[in-house]
Design a protein. Structure first.
Length: 219
């Protein structure tokens, strides 16, 4: 069965208190109707995947969101983190991170060992280094996407969510996808951010957006 619906997100944020809010809630919803025409036909294996993963929403704890944003701001190469937590109904709540062993890593690629069973989301960062006309990247927001290697990894794995942060931008940028969204769009060259499944956060710690961030200090 092909899944359709409306992508939506919910974020609780008080501008006056910056990142000291009590609740950050990121919710990954269903596919946007406008993307259905571009989807590949579902195979029986795809249908089994859709049926086996009922999780539709992702909630990232405030402290975890701050930590991954600080890491993305200070890293010059890609890394992977396994986000762990609990589930309730169709919602995954992630609070902790574990870094798996990495086989190789560079400014535009990373090859990690698999996350442990029970991981709810896999996070990795993209390093903003300026516009790249060969890939149609004009802004940091354009870099918040899943490349073909990213898609292959997400599809081959069994982890319900994929999260990407863009570092070295004017402020933290975070995007997220359900694994089923990667499955049905697996034949595209890259999967861009969905309109309601990404956000740009205020600049961390009052840093100058025109200066390269220093190494992160994780609380």
């Amino acid at each position: 069965m092909q899944e359709r619906g409306t992508a939506w997100s919910s974020l609780s944020y008080d501008m006056r208190r910056a990142l000291r809010v009590r609740v950050w809630q990121i919710v990954a919803g269903l596919l946007m109707p406008g993307l259905v025409a571009a989807q590949a036909a579902l195979t029986p294996a795809d249908s089994a995947i859709l049926a086996s993963q009922p999780l539709k929403r992702l909630v990232i704890a405030p402290s975890l969101l701050r930590r991954i944003s600080l890491l993305a701001a200070g890293l010059d190469r890609e890394v992977v983190l396994c986000l762990q937590g609990t589930t309730s109904g169709d919602t995954a709540q992630v609070r902790e991170l574990v870094m798996p062993d990495v086989v190789s890593s560079g400014a535009d690629h990373v090859e990690p060992l698999p996350c442990a069973p029970g991981t709810l989301a896999v996070w990795h960062n993209h390093v903003w280094a300026g516009p790249d006309s060969s890939f149609g990247v004009k802004s940091p927001e354009d870099l918040c996407s899943l490349s073909q290697p990213d898609l292959r990894t997400v599809v081959a794995d069994s982890i319900p969510f994929a999260v990407v942060s863009v570092g070295h931008a004017r402020g933290p940028i975070v995007c997220w996808w359900r694994r089923v969204q990667a499955v049905v769009n697996r034949h595209v060259k890259f999967l861009p951010r969905f309109p309601r499944q990404w956000l740009e956060l205020p600049n961390l710690a009052g840093a100058d957006p025109d200066q390269k961030p220093s190494a992160p200090s994780v609380p």
